[in-house]
Design a protein around this ligand. Structure first.
Ligand SMILES: *Cc1c(COP(=O)(O)O)cnc(C)c1O
Length: 357
């Protein structure tokens, strides 16, 4: 164990809890937050939990101009016996540090980060909705804070963690979404920052998202940035297809975010002896599989929705309906297994759950 201590300053006036029945994603925050500072020479220091509050920064702070920032997203779940669980949080911390490396941000100590996550969630644990399907969303992030308009890595940073109660993603069972294959814009290219969770990727994806939303599609299916041919991701989720009994997902190419849900789905399928492979998948291959009646299921994976079945793909003005627009049995089975493990309803043969004391 490293020699560190998280200072704790509890707030005097606890906020009133919102009605957990109609929570909107990302609109409500808990009573406390975690902060740790970095300055060159001193390294990361002064980890602390303090009342939730605004951050004051110099207008020249590099985060505002050059976007040197990374983030993570995970959830805390309340079990039926009121235990609090995190799902594979070490994976999020490792990925945070991989994103840091790509953005020239000094890595954080993994033990301190995990301890910070657990302590903060424990302090605000009464914000975890005790309602089926709901959870506490955890957003760790790092911003560069040095006032400097020169384009170079900042000499100071803040690592923060904030918490937000979130409602059930699916209020009336899993609803398949309609997805438009994006032909004009790309999300990332190999060698770029697509495999880092960094702000610019999301800002750059909004226009395509807006346009597809206007034509009634909830997300876009991204194709690769070079040939505009190979499937990458769906919205901010990884994507899987079941073709003729085999499950396939795009291989990690450098431009695809390495989802922890993606990794868990692959591990689950292998555990169940369902054939699964990671490889290049062209949109033409998926189109042909659909024409031949072999495209059995398609779904996105990510922390927010866990599994998001795809009921329709729009490709060159043709609507490809998948599994009659219904949730497929495999998507349902994976969803039940992952949420069962996350909430303690099912056994966890993989050791994925971490208990918050
Ligand atoms: C976070 C994210 C995912 C999903 O990652 P999980 O760890 O499964 O939540 C997929 N794609 C993008 C672009 C993401 O930002």
């Amino acid at each position: 164990m490293n020699n560190y201590q998280i200072d704790i300053e509890l707030c005097n006036n606890r906020k009133e809890k919102p009605s957990f029945s109609n929570l909107q994603f990302g609109k409500t925050y808990t009573d406390h937050m975690f902060v740790m500072d970095y300055t060159q020479g001193q390294g990361w220091h002064h980890p602390r939990i303090i009342p939730y509050q605004p951050v004051t920064l110099d207008p020249a702070a590099t985060i505002f101009h050059y976007g040197q920032t990374v983030f993570e997203g995970l959830k805390a779940y309340l079990s039926e016996n009121e235990e609090v669980f995190l799902f594979r949080p070490e994976e999020n911390i490792k990925r945070l540090n991989r994103s840091c490396e790509r953005l020239c941000i000094p890595p954080v100590d993994e033990e301190i980060a995990l301890e910070a996550l657990k302590k903060l969630v424990a302090i605000d644990r009464d914000w975890i909705p005790n309602v089926e399907g709901m959870a506490l969303y955890i957003r760790p992030f790092i911003i560069s804070t040095e006032p400097n308009l020169d384009v170079s890595p900042s000499k100071s940073y803040k690592f923060m963690i904030i918490l937000s109660p979130v409602g059930a993603f699916y209020k009336e069972g899993m609803n398949p979404v309609k997805i438009a294959v994006e032909q004009e814009y790309v999300r990332a290219v190999r060698g770029g920052t697509g495999n880092a969770k960094t702000a610019g990727n999301y800002a750059g994806a909004m226009l395509a998202q807006e346009k597809s939303g206007k034509s009634g599609y909830s997300q876009v299916l991204w194709l690769d940035g070079k040939e505009n041919k190979y499937i990458e991701e769906v919205g901010s989720m990884n994507v899987f297809f079941k073709v003729n009994g085999e499950v396939i997902t795009p291989a990690l190419s450098g431009s695809i975010l390495e989802g922890i849900t993606r990794k868990s789905v692959i591990e689950l399928l292998k555990h169940w002896n369902v054939p699964v492979s990671e490889r290049k998948i062209s949109i033409d291959e998926i189109y042909d599989a659909h024409q031949n009646g072999q495209l059995e299921e398609a779904f996105g994976t990510g922390t927010a929705a866990v599994i998001s079945p795809i009921g329709e793909l729009l490709w060159r003005n043709e609507k490809l309906v998948i599994n009659n627009g219904k949730t497929g049995p495999l998507a349902q089975k994976i969803y039940d297994a992952l949420t069962g493990i996350q909430t303690g309803k099912m056994e966890d043969p993989f050791g994925w759950r971490v208990t918050v004391e």
